[in-house]
Write a protein that binds this ligand. Structure first.
Ligand code: 13P
Ligand code: SF4
Length: 360
């Protein structure tokens, strides 16, 4: 299998792996940068040069032309985005190549093109701007760029809607219905002008009229980690901790985001925890590794997982271990990189660059 982890890395004890990662890192010196998403395990984050949200890490990847190797501890679409934005002589690696994103997989380019053909037949495609969440495969980013659209993340989705609705009458948003809905409603799009494209149904389950009348069409994808949270979790948390502040990620369902005290990207959530006063009680609706890391960094604050359970694990983010990182760094010249094919890159870069230009 592609970059299968050799046995020697599987059995090495953590202390040995730590020493080997540190040595490999030192040897590669300024030729290397290690990026880690906020959902990575604590022990992986400890080796990162930069920890961030999807937006921040893509910006960093685009602004380090002096580095030869970008090792991205995250999931596949993140490493692809770094490769798209990096210089041609830079190489991007995903230490565990099996780390994907099930939500990104919910919007396949072939299905999206079929949906777009329907819009074309109805005569509305040329006034529709595609907006794709960062959590999409490179092929969908290219489709987006080619059709006049842009990428957004959880931290700039509002700006992306503004950009799009000043250039077209309609937005087709992929693939997270919840981020799309939470953003569109706050942007002021009337609820009756937001429709859901169910990719399991013919014509998205929509009538010609519904498509024509819509301002925002939301692809019916979701994140199985964030849809774990419910408004009842918020009620229970407030009952147990009357002073609690509830902070959630916008991939959570609207009923959860509406009841929370604040919502935002993983960077927003970590900054919220950092700036809260000692003694604060904060319940967080996002991936549990971020929450555990915040609780570890700020022992003077009570930082809780919103559902009160430990079910909010992104198994894909969790795949990357010290074993993978040691293997990737020690064998970097043999490790299979993430390379987005050239015929996809140009249009995908266009969509990402449009995102980097909009105000946050
Ligand atoms: P952020 O852009 O907020 O880091 O979120 C990425 C993600 O995958 C959330 O599930
Ligand atoms: Fe994808 Fe959800 Fe994991 Fe984020 S938390 S990477 S959206 S599966």
């Amino acid at each position: 299998m592609f970059n299968a982890l050799p046995q020697e890395y599987r059995v090495a004890p953590p202390e040995e792996l730590r020493a080997r990662i540190a040595a490999a890192r030192e040897q590669l010196g300024s030729r290397l940068t290690i990026l880690a998403h906020h959902y990575q395990r604590l022990e992986v984050c400890e080796f990162a040069d930069h920890i961030g949200d999807s937006y921040g890490l893509s910006k960093i990847a685009a602004a380090m032309p002096e580095v030869d190797y970008i090792v991205f501890c995250g999931v596949h679409f993140m490493a692809e985005s770094a490769d798209i934005l990096a210089q041609p002589d830079q190489t991007t690696f995903l230490p565990n190549p099996l780390a994907g994103c099930p939500m990104a997989d919910m919007a396949e380019v072939a299905d999206v093109m079929e949906a777009w053909a329907v819009l074309n037949d109805l005569g509305v495609a040329d006034r529709t701007i595609p907006v794709s969440y960062m959590n999409t495969a490179a092929g969908l980013k290219a489709f987006t760029g080619k059709n006049g659209g842009l990428i957004c993340t959880s931290s700039n989705a509002n700006g992306a809607l503004e950009w799009s609705l000043s250039r077209g009458d309609k937005v087709f948003f992929f693939p997270d219905e919840h981020l799309g809905y939470n953003t569109a409603v706050r942007f002021g799009v009337p609820r009756e002008r937001i429709v859901f494209w169910d990719f399991a149904e013919d014509q998205g389950g929509l009538t010609d009229e519904q498509i024509r009348e819509a301002t925002v069409i939301l692809w019916k994808g979701h994140c199985h980690v964030h849809t774990n949270f419910s408004p009842e979790h918020i009620d229970q948390m407030r009952e147990t901790y009357p002073d609690v502040r509830i902070i959630v990620h916008p991939e959570c369902p609207p009923a959860v985001v509406d009841k929370a005290d604040a919502f935002g990207s993983t960077k927003f959530i970590t900054e919220y925890c950092e700036s809260a006063p000692a003694g604060a009680v904060i319940a967080i609706g996002t991936e549990v590794n971020l929450i555990n890391r915040m609780a570890h960094y700020y022992p003077d604050k009570t930082i809780l997982e919103l559902s009160g359970q430990t079910c909010a694990v992104c198994a894909n983010m969790y795949r990357t271990t010290l074993n993978d990182l040691a293997f990737c760094l020690e064998r970097i010249d043999d490790f299979k990189p993430i390379r987005v094919p050239e015929h996809i890159k140009a249009d995908a870069r266009l969509a990402l660059e449009r995102m980097l230009e909009i105000p946050k």
